[in-house]
Design a protein around this ligand. Structure first.
Ligand code: ADP
Ligand code: MG
Length: 574
């Protein structure tokens, strides 16, 4: 029910259907209609499909879902087995949806009925989720089991800020999904709310350096945040001064208890504040020299007394992209600031990122280091259980669901994000197949789907040359070649390059590209000794052939290869 509200997930560019947010159905549903519509022969059908846009998915799935040719004939269609299965389930599982096509013709032809029940059946089942939001990465949990030590260490260091002292800089390390961001945000919320409670000027600024990835942008974002806050402070102060001013006009005696000896002093102060407000100029998103951005930021922070904790999440991305200048500048600011103090909290997924830092930056930033170790399967179970209690209806999960999600994610370097993704996807699959309860089967389907999504994304973003090499491997595999060797790949690769007018790399470079594909887990290559003929690599595909080929062919250059079969065949005929 709440599905329509979600924003699209990263990497899901096609996610425009209002009725679903999940890449899984989205892929299938958005891709299916065009192929289905060509399968419909009658014009009225086609018209109704075209005019109803994305809403047709359920209807056409029911009508054509059982047709095995539908998927085979679509070339670039990146359908998954899982998708097909589930779509079939959705179709056959709905008891009272025997005539969906008729309903859809009605959508267009019959204006009298208000609705044709497109969503009714989907809504009618008992929902599995109580609150799916809780399983999304955007949700910040209030409880973080198994992170007490790390959270307490952060708090112990940052408490100085509440005493008006400068906390040591902190560097946090850990692989993705180990709870770094969630813990840091939790601590910063606590810190800010405590500072308000005791009325101590302490602020936390969070920056995600994967998004804000240059020195200019980091400094500009900080400068503008502080300028905005300063404007608020100035506005408050002006209000108070003006109020005092009007009281003092009636009774100059009120000034006696204030810092202003005379009305002129008060007027001067008002002038001063008004000038400050006017002069605070926001930093534009581009265009200024960096020193100007830096000094604007500097003045903005130092406008009044405060301790600022700057949280730089994904700090390794910033250093990778733009070097360590930002960190250098930030880390030596305290010696020049007069009223305020800053403390830096860096969060890194890359354990070795300090190797690239200037030694001065390294020692300043790493005054305190906190490591977030991967979760083991038991810890992941606890984390999932906490979330599942809020996310799902009672009794919506069989007993093996959480342990299985935990076990799969533990294999993925103890990644809690992966564990939560699995649980959410399993729930969605169960929901789509109109199952009453989420079971082991759904978790396994979810695992396959997530893995396939990953492969699709990796393959889609490969450089063209790697795609051609991979395509050569696929063609060989499809022709039943086992233990494919580098020479065979290279021969097909050359022909493919000629076919699409691409540069032909040397066999050595192609071997390197194969090693890269191996590292990405797309092919599995082993070096085999051929005695006095030297050594060669033998490989096989470690990803599903059909889907991978479909992704490759969706690339406009590779899509130009009309029919590769003849020259692959020619190789075998020789
Ligand atoms: P990182 O920043 O280390 O990559 P996150 O903090 O973003 O990891 O955590 C990934 C996901 O797992 C988030 O949805 C987060 O809420 C959740 N998570 C991580 N650790 C815990 C925990 N100890 N308890 C509950 N949820 C957690
Ligand atoms: Mg993070």
């Amino acid at each position: 029910m709440d599905e329509g509200e979600h924003t699209s997930q990263a990497g899901e560019s096609e996610d425009s259907g209002g009725e679903t947010d999940d890449p899984f159905t989205t892929d299938g549903d958005l891709d299916d209609p065009p192929s289905s519509s060509t399968d419909h022969q009658t014009d009225p059908d086609r018209e109704s499909i075209d005019s109803t846009g994305s809403d047709i998915t359920v209807g056409t799935d029911d009508g054509t879902g059982s047709d095995p040719d539908t998927d085979g004939g679509t070339g670039g269609d990146v359908d998954t087995e899982v998708t097909t299965d589930t779509d079939v389930d959705v179709g056959s599982g709905g008891r009272d949806r025997s005539t969906p096509d008729v309903d859809f013709d009605g959508v267009v032809l019959d204006d009298e009925d208000e609705n044709q029940g497109l969503f009714d059946d989907l809504l009618s089942g008992e929902p599995i989720f109580e609150n799916k939001e809780v399983l999304r990465p955007s949700y910040t949990p209030h409880e973080l089991p198994h992170r007490n030590d790390q959270i307490n260490r952060m708090a112990t260091i940052l408490v100085s800020a509440l005493r008006g002292e400068t906390p040591s800089n902190i560097l946090i390390y850990g692989k993705t999904g180990t709870g770094k961001t969630a813990s840091a945000k939790f601590v910063s919320q606590e810190l800010e709310s405590t500072s308000q409670k005791y009325d101590v000027p302490c602020e936390v600024e969070y920056i995600n350096c994967e998004v804000t990835d240059t020195q200019y942008r980091v400094l500009a974002q900080l400068a503008n945040t502080f300028i905005e806050k300063n404007q608020q402070v100035i506005a408050d102060r002006l209000d108070r001064c003006r109020e005092l001013r009007s009281e003092a006009t009636d009774d100059p005696g009120v000034l006696a208890t204030t810092e202003f000896a005379t009305l002129d002093d008060l007027d001067a102060r008002i002038d001063e504040l008004e000038t400050d407000a006017e002069e605070m100029e926001e930093v534009p998103m581009t265009g200024w020299p960096t020193d100007r951005v830096y000094s604007t930021f500097f003045e903005a922070v130092d406008y009044h007394e405060r301790v600022v904790v700057i949280m730089l999440d994904e700090i390794d991305k910033l250093v990778e992209k733009s070097g360590d200048d930002t960190l250098y500048n930030l880390s030596r600011m305290n010696s020049e600031l007069e009223k305020s103090r800053i403390s830096i909290m860096g969060i890194s997924n890359d354990l070795k990122f300090t190797d690239f830092l200037d030694p001065r930056v390294k020692s300043s930033l790493g005054e305190e280091e906190i490591v977030f170790p991967p979760y083991d399967a038991n810890q992941l179970r606890d984390i999932l259980q906490h979330r599942a209690d809020i996310a799902f209806k009672e009794e919506a999960l069989t007993d093996d669901v959480i342990p299985l999600c935990a076990a799969f994610a533990a294999q993925e370097h103890g990644d809690a994000r992966r564990a939560l993704d699995l649980l959410r996807t399993a729930g969605e699959l169960a929901e789509r197949s109109q199952a009453e309860i989420v079971g082991e089967k759904h978790v396994r389907q979810a695992q396959d789907k997530i893995e396939l999504d990953r492969v699709v994304e990796v393959v889609r973003t490969l450089p063209t040359q790697s795609k051609i090499v991979l395509f050569a491997v696929i063609l060989l595999e499809k022709n039943g070649v086992h233990n494919i060797n580098t020479g065979e790949v290279f021969n097909i690769y050359k022909r493919l390059c000629e076919e699409i007018d691409a540069d032909v790399l040397t066999q050595r470079r192609v071997t390197d590209l194969i090693s890269e594909l191996d590292m990405l887990g797309i092919v599995n290559a082993v070096v085999v000794s051929k005695g006095r003929y030297g050594r060669t690599k033998e490989m096989g595909l470690s990803v599903p052939v059909e889907e991978t080929e479909a992704v490759l062919l969706s690339d406009s250059r590779l899509g130009d290869i009309e029919n590769a079969q003849p020259f692959v065949q020619a190789r075998f005929d020789n």
